[in-house]
Design a protein around this ligand. Structure first.
Ligand SMILES: [Zn+2]
Length: 273
């Protein structure tokens, strides 16, 4: 239906229609751990009102607002799943429209199309869609089933996580896993297996999670990229968490789910995905 501009315009005036506001920094408004959605005001403007979809009968739009009160990273742990899914889509879509105003083919100003899920160039006809940058995130264990955790210098103090990195052009995801882990800590891997994935709109990633076994345990952290890296047994990690020496990523992140799954002794697609 989103291909029919008159249907989308009518959806804006639907009595159950709702609007999610996202600001230029990707912040939304939340109240009592729910996303605040408001009834549409004013007339439908396809330049700024982007149809996400329908929740039951209710059309839901996203639009750019002056200022939201909550960054997605800070509220993601407290949002119910349905709200988090909506927030990930709204933040990703609004973030994309902010930077996709010009045709990547000919440079002309583009216009939203398909109810706001795409943009179309009036000069060359190119249809442009929001892209996701593929990134891998990998939980590496050694022969004693210890988990490798590392921290980047730009992270909050004491934050540790599993390794991650972006796919470069022409690479398979498995190649990214080998290259990134080789670059970041100098380990060779075997037994790479898929665990699950998560959209991560900061600004537009799709995190693809893997488990892998390390051939060896010697670590060579890349200067400037990895500030510290080490192997943790379950008991060592629990002690480090209790004392506050190590802090983990947000609960709703796939990195955290991977670490929790390993702590529970079940690093599998069923427990992570
Ligand atoms: Zn063009």
């Amino acid at each position: 239906m989103r291909g029919d501009p008159s249907w989308v315009a009518a959806a804006w005036t639907h009595p159950l229609a709702q609007v999610v506001g996202v600001d230029a920094e990707g912040r939304l408004n939340t109240s009592a751990s729910r996303i605040v959605m408001l009834a549409p005001t004013g007339s439908y403007d396809p330049q700024v009102h982007h149809l996400i979809g329908t929740l039951g009968e209710a059309p839901v739009f996203a639009t750019l607002i002056e200022a939201g009160d909550s960054g997605l990273r800070t509220v993601m742990d407290s949002l119910p799943d349905a709200d988090l899914q909506l927030a990930l889509t709204a933040v990703g879509l609004i973030g994309w429209h902010r930077v996709a105003g010009f045709c990547p083919n000919c440079g002309s100003v583009t216009n939203p199309s398909a109810g706001g899920l795409a943009r179309r160039c009036p000069s060359c006809g190119l249809e442009d869609y929001p892209r996701s940058d593929a990134a891998v995130i990998v939980a590496i264990t050694d022969s004693a089933d210890r988990l490798l955790l590392a921290r980047q210098p730009t992270w909050p103090p004491r934050r540790y996580s599993v390794l991650a990195g972006f796919a470069e052009v022409g690479e398979s995801l498995e190649q990214v896993v080998h290259r990134e882990v080789g670059e970041e800590v100098g380990l060779e891997l075997t037994g790479i297996r898929y665990l699950g994935s998560q959209p991560w709109p900061f600004p537009r990633s799709l995190m693809v999670a893997f488990a892998a076994s390390a051939l060896g345990t010697e670590l060579h952290p890349a200067a400037g990229e990895i500030e510290d890296a080490g192997w943790f047994s379950r008991a060592e990690l629990l002690t480090a968490l209790e004392s506050g020496v190590v802090q983990l990523p947000a609960s709703a992140s796939i990195s955290r789910r991977m670490i929790q799954a390993w702590l529970a002794g079940d690093l599998s697609a069923e427990s992570v995905g």
